[in-house]
Design a protein around this ligand. Structure first.
Ligand code: FES
Ligand code: FES
Length: 141
């Protein structure tokens, strides 16, 4: 119980009731998928965004995390934070912001790093898909 008390209640809330758990269709042209692992512990996080092609706004976010409570809480919190942002703003979200909001202890900083990496990776995937679409459209024109 002492260990549990050391955690901020916001972590426990996101851990007990994770938001936006699930998957989006990976092959949807407007979905970016990020899959990252934490070298420190081997935990894995998948985060997906559905993006409005015209505005870059993130309409939907889903995640699945095979990891510790802090990683689950970080990803749950991150999905709520980036929903409604543009992909470019979302890519600037820092793990230290997430860790601060959740009051993660220093030893758990890499768990929030996983969330930052997953967001960046999802944005990169969406951008790569979009670039390929634009190249295809250019080639067809
Ligand atoms: Fe990853 Fe704890 S080390 S679950
Ligand atoms: Fe590895 Fe949290 S202990 S992600």
């Amino acid at each position: 119980a002492a260990a549990v008390r050391a955690y901020h209640e916001k972590v426990l809330d996101h851990y007990n009731k994770p938001r936006n758990v699930g998957s989006l269709p990976k092959n949807d042209p407007n979905v970016g998928t990020g899959l990252v692992g934490a070298p420190a512990c081997g935990d894995v996080m998948k985060l997906q965004i559905l993006v409005d092609d015209a505005t870059g706004e993130i309409k939907e976010v889903k995640f699945k995390t095979f990891g510790c409570g802090s990683a689950i809480a970080s990803s749950s919190f991150a999905t709520e934070k980036i929903k409604g942002m543009t992909v470019w703003d979302a890519a600037k979200v820092k793990n230290t912001d997430i860790a601060k909001e959740l009051s993660l202890p220093p030893v758990k900083l890499h768990c929030s790093m996983l969330a930052e990496d997953a967001i960046k990776s999802a944005v990169r995937d969406w951008e790569a898909k979009r670039a390929a679409r634009q190249a295809a459209a250019g080639a067809a024109a």
